[in-house]
Design a binder for this molecule. Structure first.
Ligand code: XMP
Length: 319
């Protein structure tokens, strides 16, 4: 008889066995997965765990601070906050290919983890919140030939030269199961219910090359969109929602002037595990409200469109 409580105990045993008295570092992304992984490992080995929040400058508005506050203040779990924004953004600048962007980000994450592991006197283990769907989708697409859809930033193992072993206690779980486990571990409902956020962050919501300016524009539009979703009481009904900044400028008119600014696409889906998804059928009044606010409040956007693609044939993220 399979329960989450039993799964938790088994997973804790497995972590203790794998790690022994070694040190573990765990990357926190602000999402549910890495937070649940960190809580689980903390319960298993306590002080042997150090969490690392790599702020790659690709997070949503205020997200890094919220995560730091929760872990340090609420749970008292040691957390190192690494400001690596310049490093990531400089490396990505001008790069438009989605897979190259993902791989660049994955490599930089490893570089930062490696440096942080050294700072704490050597850690033999790197923990990640990799889920079962991440593993499948990075490897092949069900039913078809073996094709990589997207290289998930945290799948694919570690470079040979790295003297670290991966700890991935969620590798067998789907998202809904991770949420149950999070509840079992005592994470607050508000955190467990957070929409998924991908490790590569806003870089994959900014098709084409990213720039600091574009990221700022996207953060603002995204914050307004989510604010409207919360106000409409829809946050928990929707599985994931976010804004995408398109690398397309269009002509508009504001007051009595011409504008030539970017297009923002809004995305919202319902899903159970992220493997398949339906676009969320907002009513037009909601979309109109969100669009008006974004165009009025965000300098740099003069047109908003809504993405009505389900998965398949689309994916949830645009890259
Ligand atoms: P796609 O776009 O593949 O996304 O339909 C499915 C779910 O996975 C999230 N996602 C990621 N999560 N690292 C992550 O931790 C990644 O590299 C990554 N890529 C996509 C995506 O946000 C959605 O919830």
């Amino acid at each position: 008889d399979w329960t989450m409580a039993a799964y938790k105990d088994k997973a804790i045993e497995a972590i203790r066995e794998q790690v022994g008295d070694g040190k573990v570092i765990c990357g926190l992304s602000g999402g549910v997965d890495s937070s649940v992984a960190a809580m689980l490992i903390h319960e298993a080995i306590g002080e042997q765990l150090t969490c690392i929040l790599v702020d790659h400058g690709l997070m949503r508005m205020n997200e890094a601070n919220e995560v730091v506050a929760m872990f340090r203040e609420h749970y008292n779990i040691p957390l190192v906050h690494v400001d690596a924004a310049d490093m990531f953004i400089d490396a990505l600048e001008g790069e438009a290919d989605p897979e190259t962007k993902r791989k660049t980000i994955g490599k930089l994450f490893i570089d930062v983890f490696e440096a942080e592991a050294k700072k704490i006197g050597g850690a033999g283990f790197l923990a990640q919140g990799t889920l079962y769907p991440d593993v499948i989708e990075s490897v092949s697409f069900t039913g078809g030939p073996s094709v990589t859809i997207k290289s998930h930033h945290n799948v694919g193992g570690l470079p040979e030269r790295m003297n670290m072993q991966l700890v991935e206690p969620l590798r067998e779980l789907f998202k809904d199961e991770v949420r149950l486990l999070g509840k079992e571990l005592g994470l607050p409902e508000s955190f467990i219910g957070r929409h998924p956020f991908p490790g590569p962050g806003l870089a994959i919501r900014c098709p084409g090359g990213i720039t600091r300016d574009k990221l700022k524009i996207l953060q603002k539009a995204d914050a307004i969109y989510l604010d409207e979703i919360r106000k409409a009481g829809l946050y928990d009904t929707i599985w994931q929602a976010f804004a995408v900044l398109l690398p397309v400028q269009t002509v508009g008119v504001m007051g009595d002037g011409r504008t030539y600014e970017f297009v923002c696409a809004l995305r919202a889906v319902t899903s159970v595990d992220g493997m398949t998804a339906d676009f969320y059928p907002f009513d037009m009044a909601f979309l109109g409200r969100a669009a008006t606010r974004i165009i009025n409040e965000v300098h740099g956007i003069n047109r908003v469109v809504y993405d009505v693609t389900s998965k398949p044939p689309g994916t949830i993220e645009w890259e």
